[in-house]
Design a protein around this ligand. Structure first.
Ligand code: PLP
Length: 498
């Protein structure tokens, strides 16, 4: 028999009420707390364990706290707050009750808060006030046309990594002259298209790429504006898959080789040196790696300029983290106050600066709504099988990433239990959340939080599953910004043999 004892706890992400649970099959006690695992001191558990099981000894191995989605209260602060909040026991995004959306449009469904995105952008724009600086949205994070339109209208340029992304910018009403083209593997065709459209700058990632851009430009009778992406060998202290500025990453040109490549570029008639670029990784939650990288880039700028090559702009990449669990990434405005201090102190405060944020503009603005299909108890584990899967939301399967999962309605339909929340895809890696305490029954709708970035843009048709619909919420209104993909949509490009 599971035994529970209610406790009270404090802390921004810890709900007012936490629950202490032990099971006979698993004498390891744990504290359940909203959206996160916390290591609690062992002695904290001892008195409660002994009251529940006076004759048993508490398992001495370390214990972890588990998300108490079942125990979230109206006052719990969620990743995505204040736009994402409970009112009258129902989860809302801005002024829209998400259950209404799920009922109207079905699930899986991605919903984004317009206000949340514009507020996130404003944090950068505040940090740039009085400076020559601009945000170029890294659209790989979420490339829905309506979001691109929103950011273009709000004054953003774009960072693209393929011709497809460039075409999206143009289709959304963005301008090529506001586009930076990054990426390690640009093809000749992509380079030609971007040159003909007149993009702002290519961020060059290797010597052969530099030479190909030169050749393509000369063949078209054009001059390609370029920056070289320097790899500053700074550890962003994030997941290895999203570190990009270390020596063993495939990105950029080694710090020690950058000057030589600029000297080479200077000799190539199809190129015009515009700036320097750097991006060290993603989901960065501290200021130090940025300061280290900036100082290393500025050292290079001094060297390059001393060889008669003016650097007109500094592109400092993206990478700022968001809240998935209990992370506290610096506010963009605060981060940039620090970085401007470095730039001013070194005499670069009047230089044109560009940044390429993706995740920090859209990540916390989005949720994925998913309906519980089946609750499947198991010997070792219970499974909560939902209708969203790794093809919709690949981050957990790809990076073992954490997304908080909460109910749309705060009623308690069933006894809370610990579940792995999994999708219907035929892979054991198809999970959205592990060991989540939920109080769920089939038909309930859950929200996977912080799902605005690197979810739909990484989605696939695996298992011939159509991609989810997407909705942009603007106060009380919502706009369908992507139809649910049908099987006919998927089959359209395929051909049977004669
Ligand atoms: N710029 C470049 C070159 C990138 O590779 C990335 C992401 O990997 C970004 C910008 C956006 O990063 P983030 O979404 O972490 O802000």
């Amino acid at each position: 028999m599971p035994c529970t004892l209610s406790l009270w706890s404090a802390g921004s992400l810890v709900p007012a009420r936490a629950r202490f649970t032990t099971c006979d099959s698993n004498p390891e006690p744990h504290i359940e707390s909203l959206g996160q695992r916390i290591d609690w001191p062992r002695h904290f558990f001892q008195p409660f364990f002994q009251r529940i099981h006076p004759t048993r000894t508490m398992n001495p191995s370390p214990t972890q706290a588990i998300v108490p989605q079942a125990l979230i209260t109206e006052d719990s602060r969620l990743p995505g707050a204040p736009e994402l909040h409970y009112a009258n026991g129902q989860l809302h995004l801005e002024g829209v009750r998400l259950l209404d959306l799920a009922q109207a449009l079905g699930t899986p469904l991605f919903a984004y808060s317009k206000h949340s995105m514009l507020e996130a952008l404003k944090r950068y724009q505040l940090g740039f006030e009085g400076r020559r600086a601009r945000v170029h949205y890294a659209m790989k994070a979420n490339s829905n046309l309506a979001l691109l339109q929103l950011f273009a209208r709000a004054g953003c340029g774009f960072d693209v990594v393929s011709q497809g992304e460039l075409e999206r910018v143009l289709a959304a009403g963005g301008l090529a002259k506001d586009v930076i083209f990054s990426g390690v593997g640009k093809t000749r065709g992509e380079i030609a298209r971007a040159l003909k459209e007149g993009i702002l700058c290519f961020n060059v990632e290797s010597t052969p790429e530099l030479e190909v851009i030169n050749e393509v430009a000369l063949a078209l009778g054009l001059v390609a504006p370029i920056s070289i992406r320097v790899n500053p060998n700074v550890d962003p202290k994030t997941h290895p898959y999203i570190s990009t500025g270390l020596k063993d990453n495939k990105f950029g040109v080694a710090h020690e080789e950058t000057l030589a490549l600029y000297l080479h570029a200077k000799m190539l008639k199809g190129l015009r040196i515009e700036g320097i670029d750097c991006h060290i990784g993603s989901q960065i939650t501290t200021t130090e790696p940025y300061v280290d990288a900036l100082n290393r880039v500025l050292d290079l700028v001094e060297q390059i300029e001393s060889h008669g090559m003016p650097i007109h702009h500094l592109d400092f990449g993206g990478g700022l983290g968001i809240q998935y669990k209990d992370e506290t990434a610096p506010d963009a405005n605060v981060l940039w106050k620090t970085l401007w201090r470095v730039l001013d102190a070194r005499g670069f405060g009047d230089r044109h600066v560009m940044v390429e944020p993706g995740r920090s503009l859209v990540g916390n603005a989005g949720v994925c709504l998913s309906t519980v299909q089946y609750v499947k108890p198991g010997e070792q584990k219970n499974f909560c099988i939902v209708d969203a899967a790794m093809n919709d939301l690949p981050r957990p399967a790809m990076y073992e990433a954490f997304h908080a999962i909460v109910p749309l309605s705060l009623h308690i339909p069933a006894e809370p239990a610990v579940f792995d929340v999994v999708g219907p895809v035929c892979e054991s890696g198809d999970w959205l959340g592990r060991e989540r305490t939920l109080s769920v029954a089939a038909g309930d709708v859950l929200a996977v939080l912080s799902a605005g970035a690197y979810c739909t843009s990484m989605s696939s048709n695996y298992n011939t599953r159509g991609r989810a619909a997407e909705v942009l919420i603007d106060e009380q209104q919502w706009h369908l910004i992507r139809d649910r993909e049908t099987t006919a949509d998927q089959l359209r490009l395929e051909k049977l043999l004669d």
